[in-house]
Design a protein around this ligand. Structure first.
Ligand code: PDD
Length: 276
C-alpha cells in the first residue's frame, strides 16, 4: 500500500517523522477524513476547503495549492485500489526546536493514507447507544485539529458504558458527538447546533441539511438542551464514517430510549441516493 508524504506517493517505510515535529510535540496540526464510494471520492472540494480554512486559522502554510493536493489524494486512492473507504490527510506545522511560540506561516508537513472501510450497515438500521457527558474540549472546536484528547477521552468513556458514541453538552446545551454532529427531531422540526466555535461544521451535516431543506423538511439551526434531547421524537448523528446513524438509547447525564424515526429514515434514504 501507498501513503502520501508531502509531494510524494511512496511506501510507509519511507516516512520518517522527526521527534520535534510540532504535530508530535504539541498536536499542532490539522486533518480531514474524506469518503470514497464505489472508487469515487465524495465532497473532496468541501473537505479541502475546510482543510484550507483550518490551516488559515492556525497560520500554517500548505506546501502546494489545493488542486495539487487533490490530485495527490486521488492518485493515492487509485494506487491503493480503494473501492469503499476513506482517505485520511493531515498537515502539521513541521519541525522546529520545541518551544510554544510558533513561527507564522511555516510550511506544513503533509502525510496521508487511504484504506478500505465498511460503512456501518447494521448500526444505520438499529441505531446506536450514545453516552452523554460534559463537553470538556477547548473553545475552538471549529478547527479540525489533530489535538483530539477531549474527543478521545469521551469516546473511551462511551465505550466503557457500552455505547458507540459519546455526545456532549456545555452546561446542559448539547454541542456534538466525539467524532460526529448531533441532531434531534421534535414535532417534525430538525434541530442541530448552529455553526459556531463550539462545533465542527461537518461536511455530512451540511449535506444532510441541504438534502433536508430541498425535500421540504424544516431545519432549525439552534442549540438544544439535554432536556430537549430527552424529549426528542428522533435523534441521529452524522459523519463521514457514520453517515446518518440513529441514536436509539441515551445513557449518562440523562437516560432515554428513542425510536428510529421516519424523518431519520427519510434522510438516510436521501443520503444514500446522494452518494450513489
Ligand atoms: N470526524 N464533529 C467532530 C468533532 C468530528 O470529529 C467529525 C468528523 C464531525 C463530522 O464531520 P464530517 O461530517 O465532515 O465527517 C463532527 C472524523 C470522521 C474523524 O475524526 O474520524
Amino acid at each position: 500500500t501507498y501513503v502520501l508524504l508531502n509531494h510524494d506517493i511512496t511506501t510507509r517505510e519511507n516516512v520518517k517523522i522527526d521527534m520535534e515535529d510540532r504535530g508530535y510535540n504539541f498536536g499542532d496540526g490539522i486533518y480531514e477524513v474524506i469518503p470514497v464510494y464505489n472508487t469515487k471520492t465524495m465532497a473532496m472540494e468541501e473537505h479541502l476547503n475546510r482543510f484550507e480554512e483550518s490551516a488559515l486559522k492556525l497560520e500554517i502554510q500548505l506546501p502546494y495549492d489545493k488542486e495539487t493536493l487533490k490530485q495527490l489524494l486521488e492518485e493515492l486512492k487509485t494506487k491503493n485500489n480503494i473501492t469503499n473507504g476513506i482517505i485520511y490527510v493531515q498537515m502539521t506545522r513541521g519541525v522546529s526546536p520545541r518551544a510554544h511560540l510558533y513561527e507564522r506561516n511555516a510550511v506544513g508537513l503533509i502525510t496521508g493514507f487511504s484504506r478500505e472501510m465498511p460503512f456501518p450497515v447494521e448500526q444505520k438500521q438499529t441505531g446506536i447507544r450514545a453516552y452523554v457527558t460534559e463537553d470538556i474540549r477547548w473553545l475552538r472546536c471549529d478547527i479540525k485539529t489533530i489535538n483530539l484528547l477531549g474527543n478521545t477521552m469521551v469516546k473511551r468513556k462511551a465505550t466503557d458504558h457500552t455505547c458507540q458514541e459519546g455526545i456532549m453538552h456545555r452546561n446542559g446545551t448539547m454541542t456534538e458527538g466525539s467524532s460526529s454532529n448531533l441532531f434531534i427531531v421534535k414535532d417534525k422540526l430538525i434541530y442541530t447546533h448552529p455553526v459556531t466555535n463550539l462545533i465542527l461544521n461537518g461536511i455530512t451535516r451540511q449535506i444532510v441539511l441541504k438534502l433536508a431543506k430541498e425535500n421540504g423538511y424544516k431545519v432549525v439551526e439552534e442549540a438544544f438542551t439535554l432536556q430537549q434531547l430527552s424529549n426528542a421524537d428522533e435523534a441521529f448523528i452524522t459523519s463521514t464514517t457514520q453517515e446518518v446513524t440513529p441514536v436509539t438509547k441515551v445513557v449518562g447525564d440523562i437516560e432515554t430510549d428513542i425510536p428510529v424515526g421516519s424523518i431519520t429514515k427519510a434522510l438516510q434514504q436521501l443520503f444514500a441516493e446522494h452518494v450513489k
